[in-house]
Design a protein around this ligand. Structure first.
Ligand code: HSE
Length: 423
């Protein structure tokens, strides 16, 4: 039996989950894995669960300088002091497991270098998809594949909001307020609703799937704040569901396309039926074909499931760093920001002759071909009406130029939505 002493940095929801999960599954892990995990120390300002006083460290030094502690779980979140604590733990040779997608995706090279200096393992399965074992699957079970496509619903908060908007015909602000009151969305929801959280996760996921470093700032990012119930309703009429997707594509020549934005997908696609706060990640591998993982992307025990699994994995294996040896650095990669997709464009126009022709003319001039048009009549007493166009495949840059020109037309009041459509 291997005795493994663990420290947990951060004792909020996830830290508390790790603490309780280790207690709950200790015997089972002993039996299955021959490892006895024991939390020796914790470090936190606030504790979500009861922890005996002797297990509360006064400072990080008490953990770093304790040779008995060989595994450190960092679940404090944020950049600082999480980064410094992780680096100190790695340099002292301790395995680090972390769920901190924000910090990892933006400091990966520094963390990896510290891990190599300390010959320590660095694992972060929980950073993408919470309890879904996607990173391990990519690293340890898909070596025989080249991956060319990723579509992920990797943010539970936005999926919950979009699901409610769709199921109950409600607007974004209204559902967000309710989600905050119920604790499904943070008091400051920016990182979730603006797509930043999904972008951090895509940076990690795409880097590992494509064996090329995909920096956060190379990922196009648009959140869900401008999605309205009208977009969702008309999308449904056309056979689509709106999801916040993290999309990664790798072309045969190695060019990478990475983007996070609201996306209309066909309503019978597997991802369209991922409801509420669940996550799902859809991947195409050259040998295995299409696959999808589904599960809980957040929460105490789902996230702790991935973190404790990383601990067990680390004990059984030589140190791993999710290393980028033999893969491409960002400056060796061509990123494509002029992707080709279809578009759902919702305009508000004056309901009078010739408007559609002018809009169609501008789209045509920019090489954007129209697939279908829906005109909703003006409401009684109003002269403005929604005019919706769905395009065939077009270049992002052409489409944007066309939209800018369409907005200048006298008869066009506004272009409130432009949602990419992926089939
Ligand atoms: N805020 C995240 C989500 C939690 O809503 O999915 C886990 O990263």
């Amino acid at each position: 039996m291997k005795e493994v002493k663990v420290a947990i940095l951060g004792m909020g929801t996830v830290g508390g989950g790790i603490y309780q999960l280790i207690e709950k599954e200790q015997k089972n892990i002993e039996h299955k894995e021959g490892i006895r995990l024991e939390v020796k120390k914790t470090l936190a300002l606030n504790y979500a669960v009861d922890v005996p006083e002797e297990k509360k460290a006064k400072d990080i030094g008490e953990i770093i300088n304790d040779p008995e502690i060989t595994v450190v779980a960092e679940v404090m979140g944020g950049q600082h002091p999480a980064k410094e604590f992780i680096i100190a733990a790695l340099e002292s040779g301790k395995t680090v497991v972390s769920a901190n997608k924000d910090m990892i995706s933006q400091n990966w090279p520094d963390l990896e270098a510290a891990a190599k200096r300390g010959k320590a393992g660095f694992y972060f399965e929980a950073a993408v998809g919470g309890g879904i074992p996607i990173l391990r699957a990519l690293q340890d079970s898909m070596q025989a594949n080249s991956i060319d496509r990723i579509y992920g619903i990797v943010n539970g908060t936005t999926n919950y909001i979009l699901t409610k908007m769709d199921d109950e015909g409600r607007d974004f602000e209204d559902v967000l307020k309710e989600a905050q009151a119920l604790g499904y969305a943070e008091a400051n929801p920016t990182s979730d609703v603006e797509g930043y959280d999904a972008r951090y996760k895509l940076s990690i996921l795409a880097s590992m799937a494509f064996h090329a470093r995909v920096p956060v700032d190379r990922i196009y990012c648009e959140g869900i704040t401008k999605i309205t119930k009208l977009d969702i309703e008309i999308g449904r009429e056309l056979g689509y569901v709106v999801k916040l997707l993290a999309i990664g594509k790798k072309a045969a020549d190695g060019t990478i396309e990475v983007r996070v934005h609201p996306t209309m997908i066909l309503k019978d696609h597997a991802l369209a039926n991922i409801k509420g706060s669940f996550n799902a990640i859809f991947i195409n591998g050259s040998a295995v074909g299409e696959m999808m993982w589904y599960g809980k992307g957040a929460g105490d025990f789902p996230t702790a499931s991935a973190l404790v699994s990383d601990m067990v994995y680390a004990v059984h294996h030589e140190p791993k760093y999710a290393t980028f040896e033999n893969t491409y650095e960002a400056d060796q990669v061509q990123f494509n920001d002029d992707w080709i997709t279809e578009y759902f464009i919702r305009t508000t126009v004056q309901d009078k002759p010739g408007v559609l022709a002018k809009i169609a003319g501008i789209l045509g001039k920019h090489d954007v071909s129209i697939e279908s048009v829906i005109q909703k009549g003006a409401k009684k007493g109003e002269t403005d009406a929604p005019l919706i166009l769905v395009t065939h495949k077009a270049h992002e840059k052409d489409l944007n130029k066309a939209i800018e020109e369409i907005k200048q037309l006298d008869a066009v009041v506004d272009v409130p939505s432009c949602i990419r459509v992926e089939k």
